[in-house]
Design a protein around this ligand. Sequence first.
Ligand code: SF4
Length: 499
Amino acid sequence: MSQPTKSKHESGAVAREEDLSPILPDGSRRRILTGDRTTGKLHLGHYIGSLKNRVRLQESYDTFILLADVQALTTHYDRPEMIKPSVMDVALDYLAVGIDPQKSTIVVQSMVPSIAELTVFYGLLVPMASLLDNPTTKAEAEQLGIGKDDKSIPAVLKHPAYADLVAHVKSYYEERFSEIGDLPIHAYYDALTNYWKERYEFTAIPGPDGQPLDPSELDNHLLMDRFPVSIEMNPFEILNDVILLPHRIRDFRAYLMRSKRTTGLRQLSYGFLGYPVSQAADITFVGGHLVPVGPDQVPLIELCREVVHRFNAQYGQKDSEGNIIDPILVEPQALLGTTELLRGLDGSIKMGKSLGNAVYLSDSTEQVWNQLRGAVTDPQRIRKTDPGRPEVCNIFSWHKTFCGAHEPVINEAELGVASVDEVAENCRGAKWGCIDCKKNLHAKLEALLGPIRERRAYWEQRPDEVIDILKLGTRRANEEGQKTLARVKAAMHIDHFAL
Ligand code: SF4
């Protein structure tokens, strides 16, 4: 397999001005592929980060929007019951913000089999190192509490097997010994050995040198010599220290494998780790040219480009100098958004349901206000008479985002609310309290969310029409996917015969 050098294909990962023309040289429209994992309703962070942009882009580009229900399962495979309602919720959110099914093709990912097939073929070309080293995958894994270094002690200590072991051994002692502090240390050791034997099929616990320890030969002294614990330690601390042995023994990894659990990135499912490969299939099945993403997602586009480049280099037609002259797949580019990230109402970078810091597009007037009322402001502004610091206040950053300059439906004069400059002035001069300021923001958000709510209510009354939109879009996507798949199979010499 030919190995492309990175510089050849990474340099164009982010689209430049000349890559943005909506019309291609052959007269067809440049294609955009975008979408969302269907893990719940969409919020204002989605609106600012992507939806607003999509409504604009659909006017010029051939836009495909994926309801990524399969990708939702990479993290929600144990909660499948929420996938189906989420597909409908996200579709309603799309229509509510102004995604026009006449202009955009909305697709249910799981109903496009060619995506799954392409994922299998692309997986053959992707080295594990590319997946394990992908910064986006690592960052997302860390958000799930999975350590990046599978050899580090913290990663071991975070492992569910460790917590399970600690809990079990503690309860073991608590059940058997009322005077736990008076027991000789080898009693702990015996019990631990029994537990390990029973649970993990060890015949004996190895010492730090990896050699098995024989409990019958042990006395406190010997154990003290072999384990770095001190006699002054609380028995539970000693116990914990003994329990810590697993990460010192050489076959801990084997034990973890036997218990079908492991540590670090190795805890990730095949699907989670392979997410960039399936994302490459999501993008290329329709020959997406541009993928609107934030800067943190660029590594995923780079990996997708790497897949495409490897495929084209391996199977595409080349000239005598090895240059690809007839690529089979379109190499996509990242279309970087210009809008800044909308922080959660608690000031954190991430906005989400579990964090309780989001305003959802489908929230009622009251729900929006309840969220705003509890939002954090300048922590030094305690009394109404304290001058505030808008530059450190998250509510002020929302005022800057949701203002007439960025959202034409927010007309400050008509609404009778303060402009961004007036908000800053009122804050610095202690001319109003934070509640007044939030009420102003609420009025602005209502001007934006009111029409979105109305459109959502319209479509909610017409579920069959929404389904028809999804059917139509998914059918079109399937046609495109089959064309791509046929080219890929022919290139890989697995286009045998029609059944
Ligand atoms: S008045 Fe507004 S901008 Fe100033 S601290 Fe309060 S909420 Fe923030």
